[in-house]
Design a binder for this molecule. Structure first.
Ligand code: CTP
Length: 409
């Protein structure tokens, strides 16, 4: 969906990277689309492209200096933070990403970024190793969980001559994303969505349990995006450190049986959509010891008994009009196993996760999945962030409900 940008007030932040020249192209595209574009540059950015370039393209003075003469209004950075309807930072260096994640404001751009209530889009651009650095990745995840939109960089030729991820998203793709920021998707307005996320823990004794490496990130991303689209979201979460997304009601559980109870209670109260991203332990120890078991030196044989299958129980209780989405974590023959689960559990859609693939599944920031529908259709998706997968998945859920998602042209 490309929103009408005529007359809209866009603040374009430019930071110091070689991709700053592409920001000039973006400024030009925004102006051609009818937007009012105000550029704020960091000092480093002004070494790559002169403010004059942007002034010529936008017809507005560029703000670079927090302490220079006030050029634009009363107190420039405060005025601009209120003026902007959407903010895009392109290119976004590791530096500006880190400052925004940490809440640091030490120049005109970061001051505007912290002071604005407008939606923010970041277009990271940097060397692959910097981009993949765990600190940068953690900052991007933090920002995404706060609702900042990240335009994933592409793979390809970098300024250093090397190849890899880190090339800034193309200006046309950014233009479309700015349109989305300005016309938020409300395709799930009023829909009651139940999401489960994270692992479960099955205690053996007070200090030991059976579990799995699920972090809950995919389910939390789905809950956050559903809430942004206007849904009433209940998130039933296994143990995880993740913060509750804005606008989401959360119930914390530990074991599969607790999750079963929480899900059934919510289902009885009424839900329209269930998205079951949790990695539920299929078995629990037959007995839970009250005291810590001391080591004896001898082998320890654990007897396990099956947990209830929550999704299968929902599949039996579901009524017409409800949408049930499951996940399938597989290591081999994924399609056959996923289709069997889809049918056995009476689902509309199943998300097949090949946990053996690099970058996919448990504890990764990205996911690579196939979608399988009950009518036999399948859709293979490329490697993408868990936030982007949440968007694609909710577009499909909106379609199953007979509503249009943002992915519809
Ligand atoms: N699920 C559930 N309750 C369980 C086990 C799984 O609700 N006790 C749900 C998961 O949340 C997921 C789907 O069922 O949406 C498939 O989970 P998965 O672990 O892939 O499959 P299982 O049915 O457990 O089958 P298996 O472990 O044999 O592959």
């Amino acid at each position: 969906m490309t929103a009408d940008l005529a007359g809209r007030r866009i603040l374009l932040g430019v930071t110091g990277g070689i991709a700053a020249y592409k920001a000039a192209h973006l400024a030009s595209r925004l102006v051609q689309a009818g937007a009012q574009v105000q550029v704020v540059m960091t000092e480093a950015a002004a070494r790559f492209v002169t403010p004059l370039t942007f002034e010529a393209l936008t017809g507005r003075r560029v703000l670079t200096d927090l302490f220079g003469p006030q050029e634009l209004g009363h107190v420039d950075h405060v005025e601009l933070a209120h003026w902007a309807e959407a903010v895009v930072v392109a290119p976004a260096t590791a530096n500006v990403i880190g400052k925004l994640a940490a809440g640091i404001a030490d120049d005109a751009l970061t001051t505007v970024l912290l002071g604005t209530a407008a939606p923010i889009l970041l277009a990271p651009a940097m060397e692959s190793r910097m981009y993949l650095n765990p600190a940068v990745q953690a900052n991007l995840r933090t920002l995404a969980s706060r609702g900042v939109r990240i335009a994933e960089p592409g793979e390809g030729h970098l300024a250093s001559g090397r190849r890899g991820p880190g090339r800034m998203a193309e200006p046309d793709a950014l233009l479309a994303l700015v349109g989305e920021l300005l016309a938020p998707d409300r395709s799930l307005e009023g829909v009651r969505v139940l999401v489960t996320a994270g692992p479960t823990r099955e205690h053996i004794d007070p200090v030991r349990f059976l579990s799995n490496p699920s972090t809950g990130r995919q389910g939390f991303a789905v809950a956050a995006e559903a809430a942004r689209r206007g849904a009433q979201v209940l998130l039933v979460a296994g143990p995880t450190d993740l913060p509750t997304p804005p606008g989401v009601e959360r119930v914390d559980v530990e074991s599969a049986r607790e999750m079963y109870q929480a899900v059934m209670d919510a289902f009885e109260r009424g839900v329209d959509v269930v998205i079951k991203a949790a990695a539920v332990s299929d078995y629990r120890p037959r007995t839970r010891l009250e005291q810590k078991r001391k080591k004896t030196g001898a082998a320890w044989v654990l007897e396990l008994e099956p947990n209830p299958d929550i999704l299968a129980a929902l599949g039996r209780r579901r009524r017409d009009g409800q949408v049930l989405v499951g996940f399938a974590a597989e290591t081999d023959e994924g399609h056959a196993h996923a289709r069997a689960k889809l049918e056995a559990k009476n689902l509309d859609l199943i998300v097949l996760n090949d946990v053996g693939e690099p970058g996919a599944g448990f504890a990764a920031a990205t996911n690579r999945v196939d979608l399988l529908w009950r009518d036999g259709r399948t859709r293979s998706l490329p490697l993408m962030s868990k936030e982007d997968l949440a968007r694609v998945l909710l577009d499909e859920v909106a379609r199953l409900l007979g509503r249009a998602g943002s992915g519809d042209a």
